[in-house]
Ligand binder design. Structure first.
Ligand code: HEM
Length: 248
């Protein structure tokens, strides 16, 4: 062990202390759990249904509204300013466009916000007021996720639901980011430039794990709602023809 440690180069030791490395490490296990939620597995299997995707968009609307309002309000905060990229990353307008596509012009009256989503947005608003440095953990979790696996998920969603011309898929498109990989590198270096006390750093790392947990709960809650409505639909149809679970 001791010799192994000694063979580490100075550069590697430095990266061990980088926030971008630490945050990836502490959320690794949560990432695996998030990938294995029923909703994310449906995506990966190319079996995401319209009801799943529509409900997900409703939740994302509530989440990004809170996240982006709090980032805007705190854009001058020293922990937020370096990772504040509204032109490149902001998702709210894209989500609104997708919601309008699926629900029509009166989408605002039609969307549903599940309880776990409310809890997530409540937390975002709370830290925006009380601990703006924690916003970094949430921005990392959502935006770097959207720029990573999210890119593949967008293509899968398009195929699964047979959507044309990018209709309903604006959420996945980042026209202001020409290379997601290069942008992620820039984002990581900006994260690493944020000055944090030891206590704040630990708080940010804990908050990142919590951010993943909120996302997992959102996915589970959403799936539960769909299962309940599937069952209700199926039991109300038992006297007539069998109904496919994904025709909601
Ligand atoms: C990174 C896949 C779901 C957050 C990544 C990467 C892949 C990936 C391939 C790149 C890893 C790398 O560059 O080393 C997936 C798949 C998912 C999924 C297939 C589900 C089907 C999620 C969810 C979240 C998330 C639900 C959070 C809400 C992240 C973050 C990163 C990431 C923050 C950046 C890690 C870093 O470089 O620090 N994901 N992901 N992912 N994902 Fe996911």
């Amino acid at each position: 062990m001791e010799t192994e440690k000694k063979t580490h180069t100075a550069a590697e030791q430095m990266t061990d202390r980088d926030l971008s490395e630490q945050i990836k490490k502490v959320t690794k296990e949560s990432h695996v759990r998030a990938e294995n939620t029923e909703l994310m597995l449906s995506f990966q299997r190319g079996k995401v249904t319209l009801p799943q995707y529509k409900l997900l968009l409703c939740s994302l609307y509530e989440i990004y509204q809170a996240l982006e309002e709090e980032l805007d309000r705190n854009s001058d905060h020293p922990s937020v300013a370096p990772i504040y990229f509204p032109a490149e990353l902001a998702r709210l307008k894209s989500i609104e466009k997708d919601l309008e596509y699926f629900y029509g012009q009166d989408w605002r009256e039609k969307i549903v916000i599940p309880a776990a989503t409310k809890r997530y947005s409540h937390r975002l608003r709370q830290i925006g007021k009380e601990n703006p440095e924690f916003l970094l953990a949430h921005a990392y979790t959502r935006y770097l996720g959207d720029l990573s696996g999210g890119q593949v998920l967008g293509r899968i969603a398009q195929k699964s639901m047979d959507l044309k011309n990018g209709d309903g898929l604006s959420f996945f498109a980042f026209p202001g980011v020409s290379s997601p990989n290069l942008f992620k590198q820039l984002y990581r270096s900006r994260m690493n430039s944020v000055e944090l006390t030891e206590e704040e750093r630990n708080g940010v790392l804990e908050e990142a794990v919590r951010a993943f947990e909120f996302n997992i709960q959102v996915f589970e809650d959403l799936q539960k709602m769909l299962t309940v409505s599937d069952n209700t639909l199926q039991s109300s149809m038992t006297q007539s023809k069998p109904v496919k679970a994904n025709t909601l």
